[in-house]
Ligand binder design. Structure first.
Ligand SMILES: NC(=O)c1ccc[n+]([C@@H]2O[C@H](COP(=O)([O-])OP(=O)(O)OC[C@H]3O[C@@H](n4cnc5c(N)ncnc54)[C@H](OP(=O)(O)O)[C@@H]3O)[C@@H](O)[C@H]2O)c1
Length: 431
């Protein structure tokens, strides 16, 4: 058996790397049966070899020298869990070019440089697996590439950032402000000291670029995704959402129609009855609509040491099985098409709007008139008296093109009877 060992190297021994190391060492006997060969950790690459670590790792295999890994022809699988663009990108490309296989969790890298990496893997018939890059422990990459390959995917809706979902859950059910919920998320380790990437939607956008590329077989990069975060959301809007039968979630939307692909991340009103409405705290979910399967939802832990390591090990075992069966590079890059990308102004959606207006007769009629001139029909209107001079108008519209809505709002903002458009949030509807 010893000669048939499949040697692996782990790049990074942080949160995810530690989980991978633990699973590979603690369940090594199981993996022999699952793969047909032993998975042996040859090297673990770290930045600072002298760092105190709570995980006991054999000193012989710990290194800070990439050359020891790339120059070792015995190492067949590289597990990249160091993160960032460089040197991760160069290491992965070098590894693929010498015929090694790569498993990575690096969404930042894939969302930006996916094409270059997959082209290199294809040219060498090497495997480049990335299940952990989207939604942590939830299987979604393999389902899209394999289990659902018989479908035309029409739509993906995802809650794919645990930090923002935790914050929104606190705001909804704890009735706390965005700032308080963020502080609590930071205290619990769900949010980083600099939370920009999560709360402004960039993390979800990177994952959406990967999902949309797989779903529609056409390359979608981070630059193609329209992004709005949750930092401007107020308790007033969360409360109105509940009153109207919705919850507010940060949703990653990917759709494919004849006009092209739309990929966007923004806060959205989700009807209470939709399965995504009950995805709370730091949990993630991806809701997929296919022409054959209909609706399917994938739910679970979107991050964390062992959930993410679970996805990595699934990939490592898959790649190892391919090595044992001499069939690596079997499922190459699936971006066969070059579809158009739809501009955000062209999307059709419903809206929730909240406006501060003068409290006097005829105000509602004037606003409704502007909407009517721009093809915006109003499905729900609530008017609340605020004080002796001001009122608040809350509206849910029917479907309208985003550019028509923005044109209407530009005129409405200029009306002397309107003090402020306080909120404009898209509303999900499947009718
Ligand atoms: N954390 C999660 O729950 C999660 C979930 C899904 C995907 N991911 C992805 O997984 C990857 C790793 O995340 P993580 O949270 O585990 O990161 P992390 O805790 O910050 O760990 C990074 C590790 O990489 C090592 N490293 C960094 N730069 C290096 C360099 N230039 N050369 C050698 N080693 C280097 C560090 O070495 P030292 O220990 O010496 O500092 C550390 O061990 C990222 O791509 C992330 O997006 C993470």
């Amino acid at each position: 058996m010893e000669n048939n060992n499949i040697k692996v190297a782990i790049l990074g021994l942080g949160t995810v790397g530690s989980g991978v190391y633990k699973l590979l060492t603690q369940q090594s006997e199981d993996f022999i049966w699952k793969v047909g060969s032993k998975l042996e950790i040859s090297k673990v690459l770290v930045n600072n070899i002298n760092k105190q670590r709570s995980l006991a790792v054999d000193k012989e295999i710990l290194t800070d020298k990439w050359q020891e890994i790339i120059d070792d022809p015995e190492i067949k699988i590289i597990i990249e869990v160091m993160g960032g663009i460089e040197p991760a990108k160069s290491y992965i490309l070098q590894a693929l070019k010498v015929g090694k296989h790569v498993v990575t969790a690096n969404k930042d890298l894939l969302a930006q440089y996916g094409k270059e990496l997959f082209d290199t893997a294809n040219s060498q018939a090497s495997d480049l697996a990335f299940e952990a890059s989207v939604a942590g422990g939830i299987p979604i990459i393999r389902p899209l590439k394999q289990c659902l390959a018989g479908n035309k995917i029409e739509e993906i809706l995802g809650i794919i950032n645990g930090t923002t979902n935790y914050i929104l859950t606190q705001m909804t059910y704890g009735q706390v402000s965005f700032e308080s919920a963020l502080q609590e998320a930071q205290r619990l380790g769900y949010a980083e000291a600099d939370p920009t990437s999560d709360v402004e939607g960039y993390d979800a956008a990177r994952k959406l670029a990967i999902l949309a590329s797989l779903a529609f077989q056409s390359r979608v990069t981070l630059q193609d995704v329209y992004i709005e975060g949750i930092s401007n959301l107020t308790l007033a809007d969360i409360t109105y959402a509940r009153e109207l039968g919705y919850v507010v979630k940060l949703i990653a939307v990917a759709k494919h129609s004849e006009e092209g692909i739309e990929a966007r991340v923004h806060p959205m009103f989700i009807p209470y009855t939709h399965p995504l409405a009950s995805v709370n705290d730091s949990f993630n979910a991806v809701f997929v609509k296919g022409n054959a399967v209909g609706e399917a939802m994938f739910y679970g832990r979107g991050a964390g040491e062992l959930p993410t390591a679970s996805a990595i090990l699934g990939d490592v075992i898959d790649v190892a099985r391919n090595i044992v069966n001499n069939c690596t590079g079997r499922i190459a890059c699936t971006c066969f098409y070059q579809s158009n990308h739809k501009n955000i102004g062209e999307i059709n959606t419903k809206y929730y709007l909240r406006l501060q207006v003068k409290d006097k007769p005829g105000v509602l009629a004037s606003i409704a008139g502007v909407f009517g001139n721009h093809d915006v029909s109003l499905a729900t209107v609530i008017q609340k008296h605020r004080n002796e001079n001001m009122a608040e108008i809350v509206v849910i519209t029917d479907y309208v093109k985003e550019k028509h809505m923005n044109d209407a709002l530009q005129i409405i903002r200029g009306l002397s009877i309107v003090a402020e458009v306080s909120a404009q949030i898209r509303v999900y509807s499947n009718d």
